[in-house]
Design a protein around this ligand. Structure first.
Ligand code: PLP
Ligand code: COI
Length: 364
């Protein structure tokens, strides 16, 4: 089923000059394009009233169930300008399927995959002028859904609103790729077995903020989450998955990412890199990595690089680690060779500089 999305005529886009001023230095998630998509869901009726409308505030009842019980999920994906001037999104079908999985976990209705893609396509097509001209700058799409029913009963709501908004995103590292420092969170956990960690649910991010503040107090950029039971196994970062690179001669490097335990987010960048790393001839595995493995591998030199990956930041080297008990520099603290090779290979596919052999790009 493909949903027809109607364009409301009363659009008041920014002028070319205003848009160009924003796009000269967009930052991340600070500015939004001229339009948004909205689709309603009502119990008994299903999905209805798909519209592409001017970007505008929503009116929320104080007893809106989301404000109280947090039935809200989101996605993040990017549209890139291609060398011939057209625009393509990266793996929107994967985001659509993860959105369905998040909806199931939060007791929300599942949006059909083709409706999710049609909604993203409609917005990007309408606001194409907001897709940066080239390079690794992109238009970040934020599809999301929340309960719109009014009432204080604790149960799945019977009305929801799905939206897609878009925000121009500059290079995440305007001054070049810069390694981040990370704080191992031993006091706070992000997710536990049976919880919502594998869903992209707003509540997971709310629960992470105090640990992020703790990381900042210790002079670190980001939090690394450990498993909830033993506080020993590395899970992921606040908005990125992690990869560990073990040494050997360049062709024989072994790359390991924490396995999907149910309490970490199955990142689409993570999944893409599992395949790109194989394409580049690396040995790749999903496994368990403990804090001690990280510390000891670093000390004996067998662990040569660590990096984080996600849609917003693409690939970010991890330069140093701190916890209540220890602290160390990852290898020489600089972006590693494998990290930068994988980063280039991924960005080359996304920006159309190399062939899309996996069929990941979705042209508009
Ligand atoms: N882990 C968390 C908690 C995230 O929020 C994200 C960002 O979406 C990721 C990992 C990386 O996922 P993806 O590569 O799909 O952006
Ligand atoms: C993303 O990379 O898309 C994220 O969602 C990370 C963060 C902005 C929540």
């Amino acid at each position: 089923m493909t949903t027809t999305i109607e364009l409301k005529p009363s659009s008041h886009p920014l002028s070319d000059a205003e848009r160009e001023q924003i796009m000269a230095n967009p930052g991340f998630g600070r500015h939004f394009t001229d339009h948004m998509v909205t689709i309603k869901w009502t119990e008994g009726r299903g999905w209805h009233d798909a519209e592409l409308v001017p970007y505008a505030p929503l009116s929320i009842d104080p007893a809106n169930m989301t404000l109280h019980y947090a039935q809200t999920i989101f996605e993040g994906l990017k549209a890139y300008r291609q060398p011939d001037g057209t625009v393509a999104t990266f793996r929107p079908d994967a985001n659509a399927r993860r959105f369905q999985a998040s909806a199931r976990r939060l007791g929300m209705p599942e949006l059909p995959v083709d409706t999710f893609i049609a909604a993203c396509d409609a917005l990007v097509t309408q606001d194409k002028a907001w897709v940066p001209a080239s390079g690794e700058e992109s238009l970040y799409l934020r599809p999301f859904m929340f309960a719109t029913e009014v009432g204080l009963g604790v149960r799945p709501a019977n009305e929801y609103l799905f939206l897609v908004i878009a925000s121009p995103a500059g290079a995440y590292f305007p001054g070049g790729v810069k390694p981040v420092s990370v704080w191992l969170s031993e006091e706070y956990v992000r997710a536990c077995p049976g919880g919502t960690g594998a869903a992209k649910a707003g509540g997971n991010y709310a629960a992470s903020l105090v640990a992020q503040a703790q990381a900042a107090e210790h002079g670190c950029d980001q939090v690394v989450w450990l498993d909830a039971i033993e506080r020993r196994w590395i899970e992921e970062m606040g908005g990125m998955n992690l990869y560990f690179v073990y040494g050997g001669d360049a062709g024989r490097r072994r790359i390991v990412t924490p396995e999907l335990t149910g309490s970490l987010l199955p990142g689409i960048t993570r999944d893409s890199l599992l395949r790109i790393a194989q394409d580049l001839g690396y040995e790749v595995a999903e496994g368990r990595i403990s804090v001690d493995d990280w510390k000891n591998g670093n000390a004996d030199g067998s662990l040569t690089e660590v990096f984080a990956c996600g849609t917003a930041a693409v690939i970010t080297p991890v330069g140093s680690v701190k916890s209540t008990r220890a602290g160390w520099t990852v290898a020489d603290g600089r972006p590693g060779e494998v990290t930068m090779k994988l980063r280039k290979a991924l960005l080359d596919i996304q920006t159309g500089a190399s062939a899309d052999t996996h069929g990941w790009m979705h042209p508009l």
